[in-house]
Design a protein around this ligand. Structure first.
Ligand code: NIG
Ligand code: FE
Length: 381
């Protein structure tokens, strides 16, 4: 069964550095993109979808999200908006609520948030554990995450639980907890930050995780210019996430590496912090991705369009750079080449915007512009 998407006013493929194609058409077959070209050359197909001169973009790839949790941190957000700083300490509030939750409650929360994401054009999402922090609670978080995505991440080293010795906890996270979690995870991540895990502790968890066969990602340089980014680069991590406080050496290290700098502007928005400087990274030659960091504490948004608008307004990205970072960039951060772009052979994940151009994602912030979503070749809405 083939589907021809016809009448594409502007096609943003994310396959060629932000070049857009006008008056295009795309053919989908068996869940994959089978043909891309000018509509005058379009082949015949079994079914047709005319999008009436709207813009078509790849489905968003949200490469950083924490969706397995229970509870709500409205009071903490409210306090921040009255001037309280964010220090990551609120993670423990969510850990307490998550440990008390039933599997069904955690599953419903994931279903609600991934549903929200899909309706907003996100066709791939990474999901982390990290609100369990016991062997059993981390395993159950990953089992539930695995029901929603193949991109699951073991984040046992999210913070040190209350009343536990930090070195003992690090040994657990690099030992028995990792061993129990590894079969359910593709990636491992560590929150390398003052008040969470220092460079040595992060290194211990990450090197053990690599030995267990997991790919690496690091929460790095979110609150301070610590050792996270350079550790991520040294260990060949797929991504260093946040990258808010960077030294020149950090920028150089990223620029000369295969590690993607994943920027999470929802976190700076919700913690009222300075935004990362995407322009500095791009001009130095680093690869940049954008993701939501969707979590109940530092960034409770599921909207990639919102992150794109912030990146354009606050991080000196052009609309095309921001959209590339939210699609092909996210795919690079997950080391995937089958998603995040519209090209023959890629998975058929596309979004029809209720707009004539991808620029509207930043030009019309806060406006629901996602129309039809095609996921794995299936027209969702
Ligand atoms: O990516 N920085 C650490 N982890 C999350 C926040 C988690 C929380 O506050 O619950 C983040 O911002
Ligand atoms: Fe995060």
């Amino acid at each position: 069964m083939s589907l021809l998407i016809d009448g594409i006013g502007e096609l943003f493929t994310a396959d060629d550095e932000g070049t857009v194609h006008y008056d295009a058409a795309v053919v989908i077959e068996d869940g994959l993109i089978a043909w891309v070209g000018h509509r005058l050359n379009r082949p015949a197909a079994d079914e047709y979808l005319d999008v009436g001169d709207r813009a078509v973009i790849p489905g968003f790839v949200d490469s950083h999200a924490h969706l397995v949790f229970a509870g709500d941190r409205t009071p903490e957000f409210n306090a921040r908006m009255s001037g309280e700083p964010y220090d990551g300490g609120g993670i423990r509030t969510t850990v307490a609520a998550t440990r008390l939750a039933r599997d069904e409650g955690l599953r419903e929360n994931c279903a609600r948030l991934t549903g929200e994401m899909l309706r907003q054009g996100t066709t791939t999402v990474e999901i982390k554990s990290g609100y369990g922090l016991t062997v059993a609670d981390e395993v159950r978080s990953l089992r539930i995450a695995r029901e929603f995505t193949a991109e699951t991440t073991y984040l046992g080293a999210h913070t040190v639980p209350t009343g536990v010795d930090p070195d003992e906890y690090t040994a657990l996270a690099a030992g028995p907890m990792l061993e129990a979690c590894a079969p359910h995870a593709k990636w491992a991540d560590v929150f390398c930050e003052r008040g969470a895990f220092d460079g040595d502790q992060a290194r211990a968890v990450l090197t053990a995780s690599a030995k267990a066969g997991l790919g690496l990602r690091v929460h790095a340089n979110q609150l301070t210019a610590g050792p996270g980014v350079r550790l991520a680069v040294e260990l060949g991590a797929a991504s260093a996430d946040h990258c808010t406080h960077l030294t020149d050496a950090d920028v150089d290290a990223l620029a000369n590496s295969g590690t993607v700098a994943t920027l999470l502007p929802g976190a700076e928005f919700s913690t009222r912090s300075p935004y990362p400087d995407a322009r500095r990274l791009i001009d130095a030659g680093a690869r940049v991705a954008l993701a939501t960091d969707c979590n109940p504490g530092s960034s409770f948004t599921s909207s990639m369009a919102f992150c794109i608008a912030l990146a354009v307004r606050e991080m000196r990205m052009t609309p095309a750079e921001a959209l590339e970072a939210a699609t092909a960039g996210g795919a690079a951060a997950l080391r995937r080449d089958d998603i995040g772009r519209i090209a023959v052979g890629a998975r058929a994940d596309l979004v029809v915007l209720d707009a004539p151009s991808h620029v509207h994602l930043a030009y019309r912030p806060g406006t629901p512009l996602v129309g039809t979503v095609v996921h794995d070749g299936v027209v969702m809405s």
